[in-house]
Design a protein around this ligand. Structure first.
Ligand SMILES: Cc1cc2nc3c(=O)[nH]c(=O)nc-3n(C[C@H](O)[C@H](O)[C@H](O)COP(=O)(O)O)c2cc1C
Length: 357
């Protein structure tokens, strides 16, 4: 049996195409649309409360009877030094004043973060068939419980070393996330620095290094890129940016327009919004933080500090304040429903005989 055929059997889907989880962009409607069209929809719940996690899962289930993935953030919670935390607040107060956004100073102790282990009971109770994650390896107890409960586990790697670690931990599949990909880097091994490996290299190297299924992510924007990933040994593909401008997307209109008008050079990696490296369309907030020379508090603190500013930007369509996560091929994103975009991709692949396994 060939790899994509094997993958669809393992995941209980029709086509070896995964809609990438995109926190802040992916809605239950998007996940359900892809699931109903025969792909694997992925519901992002990274960092959300168990209550919110359960309600998003139930909402998605009310829209599809097909399997879908739920996506977690697997990082460990860190501490922050108060000096960089306070200096960043001074900086954000000035930026918010420029936009007349009320500023409320936060205390470190006010901030409450959820760890992925807080969400595992919900995933077990809801019998989630596929659990994917990024930013690390989920805890051994969570791996054991989820596997016993019948979940297929998918981890994210940005280097060969990370891929090997995921395989050794008993994870079932690996998303090889190339440097082109939109959104946060899944990187979790600090000793390597930030891996900046493009998908063409990463995919080949990871496929040769591990013996579990590998899914290609980063710059997969049309059927030619899907075919290329299969040629390089991928079992399936994970696609994000292509869906940012669809009807079911939660992106603001300005963000969608910026994505559609983007070029291959429009995006950059930044820590400005969240404290973790992520690829997004360049804007003035990213530039202002860089120019400030400030030490950016690590994820999740910076993410919390910029939350009011990002929410304002999203609600008022001020794209200079929004984290417009997008990949290097984001200009291929399309308007229309997620179903139409997905079906068009499948039809083009079928036309080339690529899905006749
Ligand atoms: C807006 C946005 C948000 C994302 N959020 C997540 C997330 O919550 N969890 C995750 O594992 N990956 C996340 N990603 C990565 C995608 O799932 C996917 O791997 C990536 O978009 C693939 O590259 P592409 O954008 O070039 O298609 C995000 C990507 C984008 C563009």
């Amino acid at each position: 049996m060939n790899k994509p055929d094997h993958l669809v059997q393992m995941l209980g889907i029709e086509y070896p195409i995964i809609q990438g989880p995109m926190l802040g962009v992916t809605s239950p409607d998007m996940v359900a649309a892809i699931a109903n069209a025969g792909g694997l929809g992925s519901l992002p719940v990274g960092g959300l409360s168990p209550h919110k996690t359960a309600s998003l899962i139930r909402e998605t289930k009310s829209k599809t009877a097909q399997p879908f993935a739920v996506n977690l953030f697997a990082h460990e919670l860190t501490e922050v030094d108060s000096d960089s935390f306070e200096k960043m607040q001074d900086f954000l107060e000035r930026i918010q004043a420029q936009h007349r956004i009320p500023f409320e100073r936060k205390k470190i102790t006010d901030l409450k973060f959820y760890h992925h282990t807080d969400q595992i009971d919900v995933l077990l109770a809801e019998h989630i068939p596929v659990v994917s994650f990024t930013f690390g390896v989920i805890q051994p107890a969570a791996i054991e419980q989820l596997k016993r409960n019948g979940s297929v586990l998918i981890g994210t790697a940005t280097s060969v070393k990370e891929a090997r670690l995921l395989e050794e931990a008993g994870i079932d599949m690996i998303v090889a996330q190339g440097y082109e990909a939109g959104g946060h880097r899944g990187t979790f091994l600090d000793d390597e620095g930030l891996p900046q490996v493009g998908l063409m290299s990463l995919l080949l190297l990871v496929v040769d290094a591990v013996s579990i299924p590998v899914l290609a992510a980063g710059g997969i924007a049309d059927e030619r890129a899907v075919r290329a990933a299969f040629v390089l040994g991928a079992w399936g593909v994970q696609i994000g940016s292509l869906f940012i401008a669809c009807h079911e997307s939660l992106a603001s209109e300005g963000y969608k327009e910026a994505v559609l008008a983007s070029q291959e050079t429009s995006t950059a990696l930044t820590q400005a919004f969240s404290g973790r490296w992520a690829r997004g369309i360049k804007n003035s907030f990213m530039r202002q933080i860089e120019e400030s020379g400030l030490k950016i508090p690590y994820y999740t603190f910076q993410n919390s500090l910029t939350a009011p500013l990002r929410a304002y930007g999203q609600q008022n369509n001020v794209t200079d304040l929004v984290s417009m996560w997008a990949g290097q091929s984001a200009s291929y994103a399309q308007r229309g429903s997620a179903t139409e975009i997905f079906k068009k991709l499948v039809e083009k692949l079928q036309h080339h005989g690529q899905l006749d396994f």
